[in-house]
Design a protein around this ligand. Structure first.
Ligand code: ADP
Length: 479
């Protein structure tokens, strides 16, 4: 029997079956049925969050700590089961699904701790006998809109700080991965979050998401997704004079210099470009490689790609799962065709693969002989597709790395302290990796990018406070 998951509005599970959730490793497998909210339910959810804000924002650290800690503990205790269900609905491998679930638990744990470390400042006024206090308060109703590629980690890194700093939430997850979203909300709800503090509205972005964008009662929106939708969030938020934070695409460069340790460089490239089926905004899709190491690097990558096990996400042997759905698969294949038309050479992969079950399997693709001007170098593909750009030296590599409309992550593989140091200082990205994959970040430090990748304050770590709080400056004359 298929499970029916409902929306959570003002502490009540509501809604009828709307849309099925399909396993991309086996399209005959229906993960569950999910309620699909309309604009009216979105409005009810926003009203509930608004009504719950005064009490929750004054609830004090212990109440918030208890909910966040309980949530972290339950996610951790159920990591295998939740990780498996995540892999089933999204298509990343079991190991990646469990790893992401552990990450969600760590994020709730981190922000549980932050509730006990809230602080302010007190300074003397320039006027005698007057004191000035600077404190932080919750912003109000926060709209959280998330994508499908990290079904539990991204909701966790937005919901945990939003709650920790006293906000109430209307959460709209991506249509493709409602089970992970529902699970996290169910856990928080059972952790005795007061009604209305967290509301779940599953449904279409153009309906539920748009209703959140259009509401004057949503005080802040944290969004991760495409550049196109991000721009809509920005425009609507300016219209309503609300705070907003956007995490969007990437076209992240990995520079490999002649003096790199080849094994390290190949590990970084294969992991960064292809793991999680290349469906990470931090994926390294541009491999910028200097002359002398170029051919050895390309040969070694091809050898590794040939050995990768591509298959059902739930099979423990699988290293690369399927693409998330038919639309994304078509986008990947279209870009592979574009790369060929532009004159890049497809050195490996790019074909559809047949497996025992019907699914969206694609062989990882590697282009060589590409230039940075090609569309495959400039536009985010969001699949297991990377291209090698050959350059003469470090200076050219840096210039090519920075010549992009995006700026989320960047990486360099080198044994030269001089080049590593120069790259860290001069790379136009929010996060820079030396001898590490461009994807794969810590949860206790800021996450975010520059240029077309991100807008607004950083996410995660203590920096998350910038978005989820507003500063109050209070003056007191004590006589
Ligand atoms: P992706 O290509 O990763 O699916 P989207 O930007 O389309 O990126 O989706 C990211 C999130 O934004 C999803 O939860 C989606 O439902 C939501 N979304 C899509 N369109 C809108 C919209 N008009 N208003 C608000 N949210 C939207």
């Amino acid at each position: 029997m298929t499970v029916l998951r409902k929306n959570l509005i003002d502490g009540e599970w509501l809604g009828e079956a709307g849309s099925p959730n399909i396993n991309p490793s086996n399209t005959n497998d229906v993960v569950g049925e999910y309620a699909s909210a309309g604009p009216e339910e979105a409005k009810q959810a926003i009203a509930a969050a608004k009504a719950a804000f005064p009490a929750w924002s004054r609830s004090g650290p212990l109440a918030r700590h208890a909910v966040l800690k309980k949530t972290s503990d339950e996610i951790m205790a159920r990591k295998d089961e939740i990780g498996r269900s995540l892999a089933r609905e999204e298509g990343k491998t079991l190991a990646e699904g469990v790893g992401e679930t552990i990450r969600a638990a760590q994020l709730f744990d981190f922000f549980a701790g932050e509730t006990l470390r809230l602080s302010g400042e007190m300074v003397p006024s320039v006027r005698p006998s007057v004191g000035v206090e600077m404190t932080r308060e919750g912003v109000g109703v926060v709209g959280i809109i998330t994508p499908w590629n990290f079904p539990i980690a991204i909701p966790a890194w937005k919901i945990a700080p939003a709650l920790a700093y006293g906000n109430t939430i209307v959460f709209k997850p991506a249509e493709l991965v409602p089970e992970s979203a529902w699970t996290i909300v169910d856990i928080l709800h059972r952790a005795e979050l007061p009604k209305g503090v967290l509301n779940l509205v599953m449904g279409k972005g153009s309906v539920v998401g748009q209703a959140m964008l259009d509401s004057p009662d949503v005080n802040a929106i944290s969004f991760t997704g495409s550049v196109g939708t991000g721009k809509r969030v920005a425009a609507a938020s300016v219209e309503h004079m609300r705070k907003f934070q956007l995490e969007m695409g990437g076209k992240n460069p990995l520079v490999v210099l002649d003096d790199a340790d080849l094994a390290v460089a190949v590990d970084c490239a294969v992991n960064g470009a292809y793991f999680s089926t290349g469906q990470r905004c931090t994926a390294s899709s541009r491999l910028i490689v200097t002359e002398a190491i170029h051919d050895r690097f390309v040969d070694a990558i091809k050898e590794r790609l040939d050995k990768l096990v591509i298959g059902d996400a739930l099979d423990a042997k699988t290293q690369i799962g399927p693409v998330v759905d038919q639309t994304q698969l078509k986008q990947d294949e279209d870009y592979i065709a574009v790369g060929r038309q532009e004159g890049a050479e497809l050195a490996f992969g790019g074909d559809r693969l047949e497996r025992e079950t019907p699914g969206f399997y694609l062989q990882p693709a590697l282009f060589v002989g590409s230039t940075n001007a090609m569309r495959i170098s400039r536009e985010e593909i969001f699949g297991p597709v990377a291209n090698v750009i050959r350059v003469n030296d470090y200076d050219e590599a840096l210039a090519v790395a920075n010549d992009t409309p995006f700026g989320l992550t960047s990486g360099i593989c080198t044994t030269s302290l001089k080049h590593a140091t120069h790259f860290k200082r001069n790379s136009e990205a929010g996060m820079v990796m030396v001898n590490l994959p461009t994807a794969g970040v810590d949860f206790h430090v800021p996450f975010g990018g520059r240029k077309g990748s991100s807008y607004g304050p950083r996410e995660q770590g203590r920096y998350a406070m910038e978005f989820y709080t507003t500063v109050k400056t209070a003056y007191t004359f004590a006589g």
